[in-house]
Ligand binder design. Structure first.
Ligand SMILES: Nc1ncnc2c1ncn2[C@@H]1O[C@H](COP(=O)(O)OP(=O)(O)OP(=O)(O)O)[C@@H](O)[C@H]1O
Ligand SMILES: [Mg+2]
Length: 440
């Protein structure tokens, strides 16, 4: 084993509480970062990830234990690391170039040299041409590139990144992640190692050579999972998915001992992820109202007339109609909407029966609803955080849309009595079993 670049030895951190008590954030953390590796620190919110980074960076001292860098105890800012923050932390009154150059001034380099290094770092992160722009002129993704350039220009031994992608929209994050992976794989990365804090499992498997898993209350290391996948990593391979599943199981079972090896056997899964079609943004109540109205008009209506009667623009009606068609309740042709037999049955049934019809149609036509219900059913307590599903949706949609999709799924699932959703707790739960209810 080569010498670690940075080492935490029995690091514990407690904060004094206003009431005189103490709050322990981290307990007996031991970890080493070796040359030429990418390490991900994976933990839930509040597990002390940022606190640990700050301690390793020498920005705050541990309450007990020690950080060693370059064979010496760290007592103050650790010159071997540079940090990329989630919040970019750029100085708004400085240009891109000045922001990037800033840290170099402390090194006492001559101006020409500072300039050269800063320009090279800016170029490396793809910001060529934006040297004289101010942060407010930049998108989130570009700001984070500046944050990255500002850290890389220091040529630190270890680059620290604290949830660097979580403030960005899905596509921008994906892009930047891919570029960092590429830079790393090209072999001339301006840091020997990377320590990445994240709560995104896929991200950790995509970027890291090992994933250190933190537990909560107080933060402690549960163990690590080695990611021995070849680079460049392909998320669609069975091995990649198996590792994600493995870590996911660990993360959702806090009592589980973390043991190697990670699953090596490929599972028989189709390699391409099927595209998820977005659900039209319509409530079950809206769909039901529309179907009843059409039913009252004899099961068929001219769309513009219908919109007029409802005092809606045709555009406002579109998502409701699309939803009705998606669920098999209606057909649209030649500017008319017509109920299917199922749609007519739904419109005429009593509330309980129409919920049953709705449930069947949703389960038959909405794959994501199946995912949710099946996940809840395999959970022993029949409950799951909504965040789990919004994370899944985040893989397919921009954040706004992912949230809208989740709202639609929740609305339809509640109406169909497939599950309950407690919004303040963000918890989805299977309903209490009703003995008289037929299985769908
Ligand atoms: N200076 C401080 N004084 C008191 N408590 C603190 C201080 N800094 C952090 N904490 C507490 O320590 C815990 C861990 O915080 P930390 O920011 O390290 O977690 P984290 O894992 O980075 O979470 P997140 O994923 O939300 O960023 C939190 O409960 C936080 O409130
Ligand atoms: Mg944090």
């Amino acid at each position: 084993m080569p010498e670690p670049l940075i080492q935490a030895c029995d690091v514990t951190k407690s904060f004094a509480l206003p009431d005189g008590g103490v709050f322990t954030v981290l307990e007996k953390i031991n970890l080493s970062i070796y040359p030429k590796e990418v390490v991900a620190l994976l933990g839930k919110s509040g597990s002390g990830k940022s606190t640990l980074l700050r301690i390793l960076a020498g920005l705050i001292p541990p309450s007990s234990g020690e950080v060693i860098a370059g064979g010496k105890p760290v007592r103050g800012p650790n010159p071997d690391v540079a940090m990329v923050f989630q919040s970019y932390a750029l100085l708004p009154w400085l240009t891109v170039l000045e922001n990037v150059e800033l840290g170099l001034e402390a090194l006492g380099l001559p101006e020409a040299e500072r300039h050269k290094r800063a320009l090279r770092a800016i170029d490396r992160v793809g910001l060529d041409g934006f040297e004289s722009a101010y942060p407010r002129e930049l998108s989130g993704g570009m700001k984070q590139r500046v944050g990255l350039a500002r850290a890389l220009v220091m040529e630190p031994k270890v680059l620290f990144m604290d949830e660097p992608f979580s403030g960005l929209d899905v596509l921008t994050a994906e892009n930047l992640r891919g570029e960092i992976a590429e830079l790393w794989e090209q072999g001339n990365f301006p840091a020997q190692s990377i320590l990445l804090v994240t709560h995104n499992i896929e991200e950790s498997v995509f970027l890291a050579d090992r994933v250190i898993i933190l537990g909560n209350n107080p933060g402690h290391i549960r163990g690590e999972v080695i990611v021995d996948l070849p680079r460049y990593r392909d998320r669609t391979t069975p091995r990649f998915k198996a590792l994600v599943d493995h870590i996911y199981t660990i993360m959702t079972n806090p009592e589980l001992a973390v043991r190697e090896p990670a699953p090596a056997r490929p599972t028989a899964q189709p390699s391409a992820r099927p595209r998820l079609a977005p659900l039209p943004s319509a409530t079950a109540g809206g769909i039901s109202g529309l179907l009843e109205l059409i039913n009252e008009r004899g099961g068929r209506e001219d769309l513009p007339t219908l919109a007029g009667q409802l005092q809606l623009e045709a555009d406002d009606l579109t998502p409701i109609i699309d939803a009705a068609v998606l669920l098999g309740f209606a057909r649209v042709s030649g500017g008319d909407i017509e109920l299917t037999p199922i749609g007519a049955a739904f419109a005429e049934a009593d509330i309980q029966t129409s919920k049953e019809i709705f449930r069947r149609q949703v389960m038959a036509n909405v794959p994501m609803m199946n995912t949710i219900v099946q996940t809840l059913r395999v959970k022993r307590n029949g409950a799951m955080r909504g965040e789990f599903f919004t994370d899944l949706l985040d893989e397919h949609f921009p954040p706004e849309e992912a949230r809208r999709q989740f709202q639609t799924l929740v609305d339809w699932g509640r109406y169909a009595e497939l599950f309950d959703y407690n919004a303040p707790e963000d918890m989805l739960r299977l309903p209490e079993p009703e003995p008289a209810r037929a299985e769908e």
